[in-house]
Unconditional design. Structure first.
Length: 338
């Protein structure tokens, strides 16, 4: 069993090529490079030439060039102890350096360490997120006992149906997050067209997005077919759209972009909303975590994104240049079976 290893490197942000001025043996091991070839090298070149970082190349380049905080997770194995490589980029407080951290560790110990907090979070979800649709269902069911008019029956049926759908979605989300360390890629999944799925998911999202939030979908002309579970991948898109809409309290536009290359497909969901601090970026994808506990939502959405993307042997990334500067969430999927 992999017990985990963590390493870091520091690059000079003021140099044109972001030259690496400090690195440790652990990061060299994780990158699969000799330490002396990392020191003095361009951080961008290290990213470009390393197979482990290649799926995240565009996201990491964007983070480095804009001095944005970045938090990414890459799936490494699919045995009973799901192993991930976590990559983070963070600018120094003075802005003159960038620190890149890479950690390889099983999810199971991490989840065990968070177990008490997650138990509290599950109780919070059950007592708040599930109670609201349950109360709505009971209220309209009671009203139907008093009023059998066609208008009331029609309205009650619609409200109860949506409340039950909300409860079912929350239960599915909780199941996904609770089983994050035993996920499996759907090995017999038929090919799907991710471009068509993305357009359809964005259109369906109009039913739950606020009216002052628009979605602009940009799909390239590449081959968008890959093996996957369409229902679960739609849930990934919907959760990212909900997350982006929450970051736009005054309304705005969420831009969803699909780009393909020879062996992978990348989806960006970007907003120009409230943004995140470097500390908040580093917490994304933790189950039940919310940047602001006062905001609506159960806090499981990004954990579900993490789980489903891992199930499809992909990687996921969040980045933001800071408070008020918007955020971008990215997931990358291989277009060929592992």
């Amino acid at each position: 069993m992999d017990h985990g290893v963590s390493g870091h490197l520091i690059a000079a942000a003021e140099s044109p090529d972001y030259l690496v001025i400090d690195a440790d043996m652990a990061v060299a091991e994780l990158l699969g490079l000799p330490l002396d070839s990392v020191l003095g090298a361009s951080l961008l070149a290290v990213i470009e030439t390393n197979a482990a970082l290649r799926p995240l190349q565009c996201s990491l380049h964007a983070a480095v060039r804009t001095h944005a905080a970045c938090n990414a997770l890459v799936r490494l194995a699919s045995d009973e102890h799901v192993v991930e490589r976590r990559i983070s980029v963070a600018p120094s407080p003075s802005g003159d350096a960038l620190r890149l951290n890479i950690t390889r560790s099983p999810m199971t110990p991490e989840r065990s360490a968070d177990q008490p907090a997650q138990l509290d979070a599950i109780v919070d979800v059950i007592s708040h997120a599930l109670r609201s649709p349950l109360n709505t269902t009971l209220t309209w069911a009671s009203l139907l006992e008093l009023d059998h008019s066609p208008a009331t029956v029609e309205k009650a049926s619609a409200v109860i149906r949506e409340s039950v759908k909300t409860q079912a979605r929350l239960i599915d989300d909780l199941v996904d997050v609770s089983r994050a360390d035993t996920v499996r890629r759907p090995s017999d999944a038929p090919p799907i067209d991710m471009g068509e799925l993305l357009i359809r998911a964005a259109a369906d999202a109009r039913a739950f997005l606020p009216p002052n939030v628009a979605v602009d979908t940009v799909v390239d002309r590449g081959n968008h077919r890959l093996p996957g579970d369409p229902d679960r991948l739609e849930r990934v898109v919907h959760h990212l759209l909900r997350n982006a809409a929450n970051a736009l309290p005054d309304g705005g536009t969420v831009v969803v972009t699909l780009v393909t290359d020879s062996d992978r497909l990348t989806v960006d969901v970007a907003d120009n909303g409230i943004g995140m601090s470097a500390a908040e970026v580093g917490q994304t994808f933790r189950p039940f975590w919310r940047a602001d506990r006062r905001r609506s939502g159960a806090g499981v959405g990004l954990g579900v994104v993490r789980t489903i993307v891992a199930q499809h042997s992909g990687c996921v990334c969040a980045r933001s240049a800071g408070i008020g500067l918007g955020s971008t969430f990215t997931f990358t999927l291989p277009t060929r079976r592992a």
